[in-house]
Ligand binder design. Structure first.
Ligand SMILES: NC(=O)c1ccc[n+]([C@@H]2O[C@H](COP(=O)([O-])OP(=O)(O)OC[C@H]3O[C@@H](n4cnc5c(N)ncnc54)[C@H](OP(=O)(O)O)[C@@H]3O)[C@@H](O)[C@H]2O)c1
Length: 379
């Protein structure tokens, strides 16, 4: 059964009886990456909900003094997490740097609200083994995966035919490789439907984000890659859709607004109110879908290949992408070079499975070295 096999959350807004009194047991939230796009929206959700209490917050480099009783800038947050006793950890760090917190929460059975997809992509098997030992909840915050989680909850895997992840197509949808020669960072950052941090916005423009999400979905829902389809859906109204074996589909629809999946993960299973309005269906709604253009945007196919090969190939895909995106930001690599660097780095790494965290960290480092060495001649 999807979604429920690890039991209820550790602390929910439970009601205690007695003379009609209602006691809210407040959920203690640790917010990692509090200064980012997800982090700031999560703060809004937490501040508006008396059943949520911010007990810890971190950032990478920006000051966050006074934001929460326990704060930390940079470094490994696991000691801070130990001290702050959270009921739920919202991991909204960007990149592989989010891995220690993901493993910390899963290992201890503390509910993990996961925005940091890179940690699950890089360390899928280790993360799932930690979740198995810890027995806690892993709640996706990525909008597509939150949507899929809700469509799949309570279903058995054999009833699912295909999970469909939707992609907006990013700012360069419909363009050719020739059009993409020399596109600027500013153009790549102009996402049509989502306002997000810079790295994920570039990942959306290359379709690497959908590649990461494909691998993330594989690990979250235990579906083989041939049962996960990606389609382009420019308005991002349908966040995910699941086809069942009887020919019926369940879809999750709404405005593209990350406060909805953030709130869902933080308040699960209650589903608190948010300020996000429903779609105005009476005003008309047109849903458009198309196959992704994998020739122009090879990062999606590379992700599928890395995922199917397994081992540490997904880790290498993520690491090489992080290096290539950083080089694009620094003006050392053209937009089309991102996929070239990842492709060539994947071809040169070992890719064998990591038995433990040390081996995974080494696989990540190997892929970064491979990407750097490809990058130098390319740049
Ligand atoms: N934004 C979205 O709508 C969205 C949607 C779905 C999934 N996600 C995922 O959510 C995660 C966060 O995305 P975002 O868009 O919120 O990114 P973002 O705006 O760039 O924010 C990243 C956060 O992580 C912190 N950080 C950066 N490097 C760090 C490090 N080495 N150690 C600890 N903290 C570090 C940053 O702190 P500083 O500010 O101090 O640098 C910031 O608080 C990503 O994995 C992304 O893929 C985002």
């Amino acid at each position: 059964m999807f979604g429920v096999r690890n039991g209820p959350p550790t602390a929910s807004a439970a009601k205690a009886g007695g003379a009609g009194a209602t006691l809210l047991s407040v959920k203690r939230v640790a917010l990692l990456g509090a200064t980012g796009s997800i982090g700031r929206q999560a703060l809004e959700i937490v501040r508006a909900d008396p059943a949520l209490e911010l007990v810890a917050a971190t950032s990478g480099s920006q000051p966050i003094d006074g934001l929460a009783p326990h704060t930390q800038v940079g470094g490994d947050p696991t000691e801070l997490l130990e001290r702050s006793h959270p009921d739920v950890v919202l991991n909204a760090v960007v990149g592989f740097a989010g891995l220690p917190a993901t493993l910390w929460a899963l290992e201890r059975g503390i509910t993990l609200a996961l925005a940091n997809k890179e940690s699950l992509v890089a360390a899928g098997e280790l993360a799932l083994a930690a979740r198995e030992r810890g027995g806690g909840l892993l709640l996706p915050v990525d909008s597509e995966h939150s949507a899929a989680f809700q469509c799949l909850e309570g279903r058995t895997p054999e009833t699912v035919a295909t999970l469909v992840l939707t992609a907006s197509g990013g700012p360069f949808r419909g363009l050719t490789r020739a059009d993409l020669e020399g596109v600027t960072v500013e153009a790549a950052l102009a996402h049509p439907t989502w306002r997000m941090g810079p790295k994920i916005t570039i990942d959306s423009a290359t379709l690497a984000n959908k590649g990461l999400e494909l691998i993330e979905a594989h690990f979250l829902f235990g579906l083989d890659y041939d049962r996960i389809q990606v389609v382009v859906h420019p308005t991002s109204t349908v966040h995910a859709l699941v086809w069942f074996r009887d020919g019926a589909a369940l879809a999750h629809v709404g405005h593209p607004d990350m406060r909805v999946p953030i709130s869902y993960a933080l308040t699960y299973p209650e589903r608190a109110a948010t300020p996000v309005a429903p779609l105005d269906l009476a005003a008309g709604l047109t849903l458009e879908f198309a196959a992704p253009d994998e020739d122009t945007f090879p990062m999606l196919g590379l992700a599928r290949e890395a995922g199917e090969r397994g081992g540490t190939y997904p880790c290498a895909y993520n690491a090489a992408n992080e290096v290539a995106v950083a080089a694009f930001f620094e003006g050392r690599l053209p937009f089309l070079g991102i996929a070239d660097v990842v492709d060539r780095a994947l071809a040169s790494v070992d890719g064998s499975p990591a038995g433990d965290l040390a081996e995974l960290v080494e696989a990540d480092a190997e892929a970064r070295r491979a990407a750097q060495s490809v990058l130098e001649p390319v740049a």
